[in-house]
Design a protein around this ligand. Structure first.
Ligand code: GLA
Length: 692
């Protein structure tokens, strides 16, 4: 039996064992799964009896440079400028700490030191992995992934990912990979609408689920490759805009972190690992109640003025809303989407008595006040652009392309970062603002920095990310009381770096009830309820005319952080009273929704689906149940209610639904489920069960 040098990292329920290969100078995975899984022959060992498949081909390597391994993909492609690519390194020592591991490899010829870094995250089943690259000489790095993870599969690997486009983000999508490569990426300077930087992998006939998520709000890729030895190898990392980055002698390049998660309980269990991780990212801010907001965008569009906004604010306060957010259209030159961006001063014509007076009037309704801003954007008509045309991405003297009639500021420049910080400080100091919605509606197209001599030495993607994170970090430090909502034309920039610095994110501009259900269903696989901003808007929606009741829209939005975006001025007294009742019920259970354990019940393809939330002390269970209106399921059986089976309850306990006056045994709820009698007028319910 071969003996290896091995190291084991342990999380609450999982272990991850890395060993030094006996066959080649690399680290490889020995075992990853439930605690103790490392005791026994590695499931990733191959028989070594196959001609032509060498150990190098089949090794479950943790990180491979191009040149060391014959066939499948490498994580690191490095060369001296103008010379051949390739790294041949030697193991140079391990450092183990409390929940940490660092494995170093050096290439004496290139003068490159590569350190594979591991860190467990307390109270979660997440291990963070990243790589640090230090050069003694100038090097060109064409690829510098964060990490690779190996998952043994018996046949095909079942890949689950979240794909879509604007207004259809987070559609849960699956494929079986038995040969070849599956790759997702964004070159849009933001994670993008097409794919979330998140992937789940399962052996296609097994339950256990492995997941990765890349903490990088810029260009990225995640690539899964079927390996000859019967494993799938997932590589993930940045994709530099310039095609390569320059490693300056003596400098260390630190890659983004790749969060690696495991659950024995399938995708549902895996989602809870991610939820817990995101609660960890929120830290103490998790326990700050997320206020019920009203956002005026869908009601007034660009037609913003004090009188109209106050009318909405009054109606919102009357039904129990706690926070009023003025979206796009409040600043000078913003009559439509062709102007204004960059000149962040309230429009005096819209707020004739002054913006401070307007904010005071909103506050006098006992509402907090919030504001939308798109700090990286600039309109060609703006004063900012006239003063600083060089602040915008552009290739040389060529005209810059307009997207949504706007340009993008080069946030990698410190003067641009300082302008954005100065703008936010000014607004947050001048007015009583406690909520900021940070939008970004225009990904970079051409990305040049005019006046740069060696453009190939720039790293514009990392520059923009660094600027963005610097401003968000400043907001946290200088304005800790301000709640920050992250948005990018809907869900275009949602990743763990953003989530660590914001309180909520906006998953999609699509708020139509059934469309939203499917977006939220995908979103909750990767992200926690406490970050999922969701509004009740008017039906039929802008995008999806399928009618749903007001109750459905409330229960759907309550699955995360409830907001209202409907035109309340047009609502009847009856609708307003119903809304007030829903908001009051939500306030009673929101702590459980945001801080408890969530389970996805069924899918939007089923006739009934929902989310179950269990309070941390397990005394209360909240079930948000939604009828999709499909008539091919159980509701067709006349008189027999549809049912949602709950999970994770104590079979021996009794649970009481006080509102309905029903008591269930735990085993009944687990075996049969909660009954729902749907009709055209009754398509959603919120059930609160108290353990007796
Ligand atoms: C983006 C956002 C919307 C809204 C508009 C305003 O599309 O996603 O919520 O703020 O911009 O222009």
């Amino acid at each position: 039996m071969t003996s290896y040098r091995r190291w084991t990292l342990r999380t609450e329920n999982t272990s991850y064992t890395v060993r030094l290969s006996a066959d080649g100078p690399w680290a490889e995975l020995d075992a990853w799964g439930p605690l103790g899984v490392e005791h026994g022959p590695s499931a990733l060992d191959w028989s070594r009896r196959t001609h032509f498949i060498t150990p190098a081909d089949a090794a479950p390597a943790e990180y491979l440079p191009y040149g060391l391994r014959p066939f499948t993909g490498a994580e690191l492609v490095a060369a001296r400028p103008g010379e051949e690519r390739g790294v041949w390194w030697d193991f140079d020592g391990a450092e183990e700490g409390e929940g940490t591991l660092r494995l170093a490899f050096t290439d004496a010829v290139l003068g490159l030191r590569t350190v594979l870094c591991y860190e467990t995250v307390p109270d979660t089943d997440v291990i963070l992995r990243w790589t640090e690259l230090t050069g003694m000489e100038e090097l060109r790095l064409e690829r510098f992934d964060s990490a690779a993870v190996n998952i043994p599969v018996t046949g095909a690997a079942r890949l689950t990912y979240l794909a879509g486009q604007w207004s259809q983000e987070f559609q849960r999508t699956q494929l079986d990979l038995s040969r070849g490569t599956f790759s997702m990426s964004s070159l849009q300077g933001v994670p993008g609408h097409a794919y979330a930087p998140w992937l789940a992998v399962q052996d296609s006939d097994a339950e256990a689920a492995y997941g990765v998520a890349l903490e990088w709000p810029g260009n990225w890729h995640i690539t899964a490759e079927a390996e000859p030895g019967g494993a799938v190898r997932v590589r993930a990392g940045r994709v530099p805009h310039e095609g390569a980055v320059r490693l300056v002698p003596g400098d260390t390049l630190v890659t983004p972190r790749l969060a690696c998660a495991f659950s024995p309980d399938g995708l549902d269990g895996l989602s809870r690992v991610w939820h817990r991780y995101e609660r960890h990212l929120a830290g103490a801010r998790l326990h700050r109640p997320r206020k019920v907001l009203y956002n005026s965008w869908e009601a007034t569009g660009f037609d913003v003025d004090a009188a109209g906004q106050l009318e909405l604010a009054k109606a919102a306060a009357d039904i129990g809303v706690e926070l009023f957010v003025v979206d796009d259209g409040w600043f000078t030159g913003r009559a439509d989407d062709t102007g204004g961006l960059g000149d962040w001063y309230p429009d005096p014509a819209a707020f004739p008595q002054g913006f401070d007076r307007f904010v005071e009037d909103v506050r006098a309704l006992d509402l907090d006040f919030g504001l939308w801003i798109e700090p990286e954007a600039v309109s060609p008509k703006s004063r900012l652009y006239a003063e600083h045309p060089d602040w915008v991405y552009r290739i040389g003297d060529r005209p810059a392309r307009l997207v949504r009639n706007q340009l993008l500021l080069d946030l990698g420049r410190t003067d641009v970062q300082d302008f954005v910080i100065g703008t936010l400080d000014r607004l947050l100091t001048a007015y009583d603002i406690s909520y900021l919605k940070w939008d970004m509606n225009r990904p970079p197209t051409e990305r040049g920095r005019p006046g740069t001599e060696r453009a190939d030495r720039l790293d514009l993607d990392a520059g923009h990310v660094t600027g963005y994170l610097r401003v968000l970090d400043h907001l946290r430090a200088a304005h800790p009381a301000v709640t920050v909502e992250g948005c990018a034309g809907g869900g275009g920039r949602i990743d763990h770096a953003t989530l660590a610095r914001t309180d909520v994110v906006w998953p999609s501009d699509n708020t139509a009830p059934l469309d939203r259900l499917s977006i939220q269903y995908g979103f909750l696989h990767a992200h926690a309820p406490h970050v999922m901003s969701s509004w009740v808007t008017d039906a039929p929606g802008v995008f999806d005319p399928r009618p749903r009741s007001l109750a459905f829209r409330f229960v759907n939005a309550m699955c995360g952080v409830l907001g209202i975006g409907a035109d309340l001025r047009a609502w009847t007294g009856e609708q307003q009273a119903e809304a007030a009742r829903w908001i009051a019920r939500y306030k009673e259970v929101r702590q459980i929704i945001h801080e408890g354990e969530a389970r996805l019940l069924g899918t939007p393809e089923d006739s009934t689906c929902g989310v179950q939330y269990d309070a941390p002390d397990a005394g209360t269970t909240v079930v948000a149940a939604l009828s999709t209106g499909r008539l091919d399921g159980a509701p067709l059986v006349p008189g027999r209610p549809d049912r949602l089976r709950l999970r994770g309850l104590d079979p021996d306990a009794r649970y009481r639904d006080n509102a309905a006056g029903t008591t269930y045994s735990g085993v009944h709820l687990l075996h049969y489920g909660v009954p729902f009698s749907w009709s055209a007028h009754h398509d959603a319910e919120l059930v609160v069960l108290t353990r007796q």
